[in-house]
Structures are given as C-alpha cells and as structure tokens.
Design a protein around this ligand. Structure first.
Ligand SMILES: Cc1cc2nc3c(=O)[nH]c(=O)nc-3n(C[C@H](O)[C@H](O)[C@H](O)COP(=O)(O)O)c2cc1C
Ligand SMILES: [Mn+2]
Length: 482
C-alpha cells in the first residue's frame, strides 16, 4: 500500500531502506537495557540509519525489533511518497501542500492476510512471546506499544480511529493503554463507558510506516486514519476483520491483538520516558483483556520510544506540526508567511518559530498570537518567536540571534495567561497537577526589526553574493549556504 512499496507493508518499506543501504542489523542485544540504549544513541543523531534487532537475548531468531525508522529526511520523505532530495523545511512544506489536496480513500476489506499466519487464543496468549524491550531505565514496565496503532470505533460504528497510545504489557493476556483525555480513542472509550458496555479494541504494531505516521499525527476528528493514509498513497489500505471485535486490522501488520476494555478495569502503568525529556508520572490506565493475538512468521515489532529531545520522535513531530502550523496561519489570513518551524528541542510544541515578511504595523504580533492559539499551537505551547524573512526558522542559533539582537525584553514579549496546559508539563507543580489546575502561560517574543523604523535598523554583516564565489571555486560549496 505504500507509495513506493509493493504492497507488503513494513516488509516492502524495509526492502526499500535496504536498497538505500540505510539500515543496520544488530544481533544479540538484551531487551532489558541494550535495545533501549542503542535506540537512544541512534535517535539522538539526526540522519542515523534505521536498526533491525534480531537474535534478541532470551528470544528465538526471527523475532525482531525495528527502531529509528523515521530519523532522517530521506526516510520520512520515502514513507510519505515525497521527494527524498530536500531539506527538512522543504519536506514539511511539500507535506503541507500534499495535505491540502488530500482526498481520503476508504480501506479495502480482504478475507485474510499475512497477519493471520499465526494466531493464539486462551492459554496460548502471551504478549511476552515478543521481545518487548524495557525502553528506558526508569520505565515502570515493558512497552509493546510505542510505534503502534490502537484501533477503536465510535459506538455507532461510523468512525474507526487509529491512535498511537503507549501500551504496556501486564501479564500474558492483559495490557494497559494510556490515552490522554480528548484524544480520539479516549472519546470512543467514553461512549462505551457511558452505556456501561465494554469497548472493543485492537492494537497493531509493525504496521505499515505510513499508518504509524497517520496514527501519531493530528488527523481531524471523524476522519479515519485508514482513509487518510489511503488518500496519501492513492490506494486503499488492506484490512482484515478481527474475528473477536469486528474491528479492521491492517492486513500486512506484523503483530496485532484484539480484546475488550471493561468500564471499571484499570491498573497502574508508567512511569514512561516522555517527549519532554522527563519521566511522566505513574497513571491509572484502562486494561485490555486480550482474546486473541496474531502475528506474521518472524514478526517485527516497531519501536518509537521517546528520548530527551532533540530525537527521532521530535523530528517527525517537527516536520508534521510545522506543516500544519503553516497551513493554520495561512487559513487565518496572516499575510506573507515565509516559513514555520515547530522545533525538535521542544518536541514540536514548546518552541514555535514563525518567519514573516512584515507588511504592516502589528503583523508580528498577529502572527505570534495566531500561532499560539490556533489548534496546532494551543496545547502545551511555551514560547513563540516571530522573526524576519532573513532568519532561518529551522536554525536554533539563527532564531536565538534574532531574539538577542532584535527584541527588547520590556516591550517585545506578550504573555498569554491561563492557556491550555497538560499534566505532562514538567514545570507544573505537583499541587497543580493533583488539583487538575492545568492552565499554563505562553510568551510571544517579537524578534523582528520594529516595523516603524526597520529601514533604519543596522545592516547585517554579510559579504557579497556567495553564489558567484562558489561558481568560481566550486570546492567551497560545502562551506556556503548559497
Ligand atoms: C511515539 C509516540 C507516543 C505517543 N504516546 C501517546 C500516549 O501514550 N498517549 C496519547 O494519548 N498520545 C500519545 N501520542 C500522541 C498521539 O499519538 C497523537 O496525539 C495522535 O494524534 C492521537 O491520535 P488521535 O488524534 O486519533 O487521538 C504519542 C505520539 C508518539 C509519536
Ligand atoms: Mn484520530
């Protein structure tokens, strides 16, 4: 179903990555500490290859784990079917235009698929049949679901949702799922709880990488991520129907299990290393009673845990959230947007940079306030920096240089009070967390040259057009940004 694949999900994707010599094979790592440590090492190095673990300690050969799949512009572009030879800002802008034209395509229901090559029920069910790693030293358990699709359906059956929510293996036939209130799977769960009914659920991992990207990014409420992914690659996603729940399961996924969440069935889960770079708190989470597990021969678990940013997950969030931020600013009518970047260092949330070519007085303030308050920027933001068109919005150094040389702390910073926060915020006091006082503030920093006297702003130190120099001495091109 991939734009570039031959229709065998993650396996086709992996073949494409092998052809590009962009994956390393690691044998004999221990799921207790080594898989997590190696993953972190790779995730923190932009552009590093994907890694496929096999012969994991205590596990038979063939039970594999894929990590760091999305940590390069090329691999992300390949997954999205976009031009692989561009930089991250151009990739994000290409994604932005692709999303604007996207027409959802409904999945194709097929009778059977590779996911049913092996199936286990009753006493045979054991999630730890798979080499589920302990991803971080301080995690409260082994998380089978990080790069996963948690599949639920609205009570009336009209909307199937795929969300990436972390899933911890409890005993052999139980798992917890941690869903933040407001996320679509949470809304579905509430519809069943309100009727005192159990909620059917499927968890798939080792799914097609495009399905992962659909399920961990903002697809509008009411739209199925299956249709969204189908629209993006121009072909329906193949699904089979889960015999226990009636829910669709991606037919080429590597591993899937289905079961039910009873309204009052909860258990302690966490802590888990979060995208903020800190451990989240232990939570009380819904428990899935698993009725069947399916997997392909030699299954591959897809792992996308978070490391302290910047890392792989922050990078993929930055590409998607920057695209959506730019789209929101345009839709709100902010003129002359030159580029947006939802920085990796803040997990794509805590630091937004917006570049504009100033057109009128108040333009920078307008852009900053819209970015802070539009749907993509509203939850768990922190700093929004507005810069002129000569600043590279993706460069932390360039953005900070603008802050240092074009803003005046007393007059260039607007504060928004009582904005949309979340208990994931490490700066929230334990007392406010417990009391559910989750509102937090934002700072909008105007780091543009003041509109009224920008013509008189000191000139930036820069030499003549470097492209002429490079033409004459081509070996200098690697030192030039021209
Ligand atoms: C690696 C990764 C792990 C995530 N873990 C969770 C999680 O445990 N719970 C959660 O509610 N959202 C989590 N998210 C964020 C959601 O996947 C994301 O907000 C998505 O849009 C939710 O889907 P939905 O809009 O259909 O609810 C995670 C995202 C990533 C990239
Ligand atoms: Mn959704």
């Amino acid at each position: 179903m991939l734009a570039n694949g031959n229709g065998d999900g993650l396996r086709s994707w992996l073949q494409g990555i092998r052809d590009r010599e962009d994956v390393i094979d690691i044998q004999g790592a221990d799921w207790r500490d080594e898989v997590g440590a190696i993953t972190e090492m790779l995730q923190k190095q932009p552009g590093s290859p994907a890694a496929l673990f096999d012969h994991v300690c205590d596990y038979p050969a063939g039970y594999r784990i894929l990590v760091n799949a999305f940590n390069s512009v090329q691999r992300l572009a390949y997954t999205l079917g976009l031009d692989e030879k561009q930089d991250k800002l151009l990739l994000s802008r290409a994604l932005c235009s692709r999303l604007e034209q996207l027409e959802p395509v409904k999945p194709a229901v097929i009778k059977t698929g590779p996911i049913f090559e092996n199936s286990h029920e009753g006493k045979e069910i054991d999630l730890l049949e798979f080499p589920v790693p302990k991803w971080h030293q301080g995690d409260g358990g082994r998380y089978i679901g990080t790069g996963c699709n948690v599949i639920t359906q609205s009570h009336d059956g009209s909307w199937v949702n795929l969300g990436t929510y972390r899933v911890m293996a409890l005993s052999g036939n139980q798992a917890t799922v941690h869903i933040v209130p407001g996320h679509h799977g949470y809304l579905h769960l509430q519809e069943y709880y309100a009727r005192k009914e159990r909620c059917p659920v499927v968890v798939a991992t080792g799914e097609d990488p495009l399905l992962f990207l659909a399920s961990c990014n903002d697809v509008p409420a009411g739209t199925s991520e299956l249709d969204w992914a189908g629209g993006l690659c121009g072909r329906p996603v193949n699904v089979v129907i889960g015999p226990k729940t009636g829910l669709p399961i991606p037919a080429e996924a590597e591993i899937a299990f289905e079961g039910f969440i009873e309204p009052d069935n909860t258990a302690k889960e966490g802590p888990f290393g979060e995208w903020t770079g800190y451990y989240g708190e232990t939570t009380i989470a819904p428990v899935i009673d698993i009725e069947a597990v399916y997997h392909r021969h030699n299954p591959i678990l897809l792992g996308t845990p978070h490391s302290k940013p910047p890392d792989e997950t922050a990078f993929l969030k930055a590409v998607f959230r920057s695209a959506m931020l730019e789209k929101s600013l345009r839709l709100s009518g902010v003129p002359n947007i030159q580029g947006c970047w939802a920085h990796e260092i803040g997990g794509g949330r805590l630091l937004l940079a917006v570049g504009i070519k100033q057109e009128h007085v108040g333009h920078a303030s307008q852009a900053g306030h819209v970015a802070a308050s539009c749907q993509i920027g509203a939850l768990l933001g922190r700093y929004i920096v507005v810069v002129d068109e000569d600043i590279d919005v993706t460069s932390l150094e360039d953005v900070m240089w603008a802050v240092l040389t074009r803003s005046d702390p007393a007059s260039s910073v607007d504060i928004i009070h009582r904005a949309w926060g979340s208990p994931l915020d490490p700066r929230m006091s334990p007392c406010d967390k417990r009391g559910r006082r989750w509102a937090t503030s934002r700072a909008i920093v105007d780091a543009t040259r003041p509109f009224e006297w920008k013509e008189h702003y000191p000139r930036v130190v820069a030499n003549w057009d470097g492209s002429q120099v490079v033409k004459k001495w081509p070996f200098l091109s690697e030192y030039s940004k021209y």
